[in-house]
Design a protein around this ligand. Structure first.
Ligand SMILES: Nc1nc2c(c(=O)[nH]1)N[C@H]1C(S)=C(S)[C@@H](COP(=O)(O)O)O[C@H]1N2
Ligand SMILES: [Mo]
Length: 304
């Protein structure tokens, strides 16, 4: 466990050597990857050579220079530069709606209340690429428990920054700013659902959603909303940025599912950034053991 306050700068090397150690003693990640390559069908047609390499961390430099953050730019390589100088302190977050203790609290206070854990997650973008990122943060359920979720709350709605004078991408009137996202309450309460405040043991860089962003590893990357300013407990399924922009392309659930193609792209395979071939995409991004029970009896093609 990494406490960001005590250890703000942990060299990447430490993570790589620790990773190697975990692999030697048989980490969950490694055994899961090996099991998967035993059961996956042989890639057909469009998949040149789906690799079954175990997960390795995506280098820090890649994680911080290949970003989707439309508030800044649609160009992934441009976001890091444009986000330099983003002011992330102070950063009050409004927590409201159907809660016992509505309040506005600064991220610094949240970080004191909930010491950061290290969680390495695969991130699968709907565009067909993926990364493996060591996040630091705390599970959302801890905050929800303390804030007191009231009877009747069924969804959690998240809202990002909203200020076209600071975020040039917000001048693009095509999009329904601010960026919003939502989770069903049980998804929000799942232990995998993280509020991330760091990566690689360092404070979250602006381009990755400083100072606090969501990470929901079994869903497409766009559910992992960056630079959150509001968390609301609501009764009705909230409108989301992508579902509002293109409802036929982006559903509310957005669970990673190789069997349900996006209208413009197959989702069967993915390119792990830094690798040559393509990998087979796994149902729920490989987290089925943990989350499949949330969707028992649901038609995943209808609720895409
Ligand atoms: N506010 C906001 N959050 C966002 C986005 C965005 O444009 N704005 N892009 C999403 C998409 S499409 C992806 S794939 C991930 C990318 O996170 P990363 O740049 O840290 O890898 O952030 C998600 N969160
Ligand atoms: Mo994405």
């Amino acid at each position: 466990m990494i406490n960001l306050k005590k250890d703000p700068i942990t060299p990447e090397k430490l993570y790589f050597s620790r990773r190697k150690f975990l692999a030697l003693v048989g980490s969950v990640g490694l055994s899961a990857a090996l099991a998967a390559c035993g059961v996956l069908p042989t890639p057909s047609g469009f998949a040149p050579s789906a690799t079954s390499e175990p997960d390795t961390l995506t280098p820090y430099d890649t994680v911080t220079h290949y970003n989707n953050f439309y508030e800044f730019s649609l160009q992934k390589e441009d976001v890091a530069d444009l986000a330099t100088g983003m002011v992330t302190q102070p950063w009050p977050i409004e927590i409201s709606g159907l809660v016992d203790h509505p309040q506005t609290i600064d991220v610094a206070e949240l970080m004191k209340a909930y010491p950061a854990e290290e969680r390495t997650y695969r991130l699968r973008c709907v565009e067909g690429w993926s990364m493996v990122i060591p996040w630091n943060g705390f599970p959302l359920h801890k905050l929800l428990a303390d804030i007191g979720v009231q009877e009747g709350a069924q969804y959690v709605k998240f809202t990002s920054v909203n200020d076209p004078s600071h975020y040039p991408g917000q001048k693009d009137v095509f999009f329904p700013w601010p960026y919003t996202e939502g989770l069903r309450l049980d998804e929000a309460q799942h232990d995998l659902t993280l509020l991330a405040t760091g990566l690689y043991g360092k404070a979250l860089p602006p381009q990755d959603g400083a100072p606090i962003r969501l990470v929901v590893p079994w869903k497409y990357g766009f559910k992992s909303i960056k630079s959150i300013i509001k968390i609301e407990l609501v009764t009705d399924q909230p409108a989301t940025f992508w579902n509002t922009s293109a409802p036929n392309e982006y559903g509310f659930y957005s669970n990673v599912n190789p069997a349900v193609p996006h209208p413009r792209w197959s989702q069967a395979t993915e390119r792990r950034i830094g690798e040559l071939g393509r990998r087979n995409t796994e149902l729920f991004n490989g987290y089925a053991n943990e989350v499949a029970s949330l969707y028992t009896g649901m038609d995943l093609e209808k609720y895409y």
